[in-house]
Design a protein. Structure first.
Length: 164
């Protein structure tokens, strides 16, 4: 069994917030390790600086892994049972939502086909909405391939050409 499959099995005992909390812990430990590396470099302790930098990079990997697992779990839960014409991006970080959107846009579709992208209104974001504006900006880059419309907490996309 591969590492990804093992992590997915472990995730059944965890929930989204546990995985995001795990990522936050690794982000904090990463920041501390890089601060120690910078301090050691400043004190001309190259070997110690290298050690702390490596520790920081390990925490980056663990943080990214926990966030990836949380995103996969969220995506599976939010999109389970949905038809292929809808895509729910709730609870995903901006880069995760854009990655999922990009994959969906690359899938085969016919001219006139619709895709409803549920972004939410941003009420769970700290500050202004983040996912919806990022999705909107991404869609602007392909305006010759689709039309899109703001539908509140959702964006409707109509494909203008076949993509096979």
């Amino acid at each position: 069994m591969g590492a990804t499959e093992e992590n997915e099995e472990e995730d059944t005992d965890l929930d989204y917030s546990d995985l995001r909390a795990e990522a936050a812990v690794h982000a904090q430990l990463r920041a501390e390790a890089f601060q120690k590396a910078a301090k050691a470099r400043g004190e001309k302790q190259g070997e110690l600086a290298m050690h702390y930098a490596q520790v920081g990079h390990k925490h980056t990997e663990k943080m990214n892994d926990a966030n990836r697992r949380a995103a996969m779990m969220t995506y599976r839960i939010k999109n389970k049972g949905r038809d292929k014409n809808s895509l729910d991006l709730h609870c995903l970080h901006v880069h995760e939502a854009l990655q999922v959107l990009e994959e969906r846009l690359m899938e085969p579709h016919k001219k006139g086909e619709q895709l409803f992208v549920i972004t939410g209104r941003g009420v769970h974001s700290k500050g202004p909405p983040k996912v919806k504006p990022a999705v909107w900006n991404r869609l602007k880059k392909g305006e010759t391939k689709w039309k899109f419309f703001d539908r509140g907490g959702m964006i409707e996309i109509i494909f203008l050409m076949d993509n096979k």
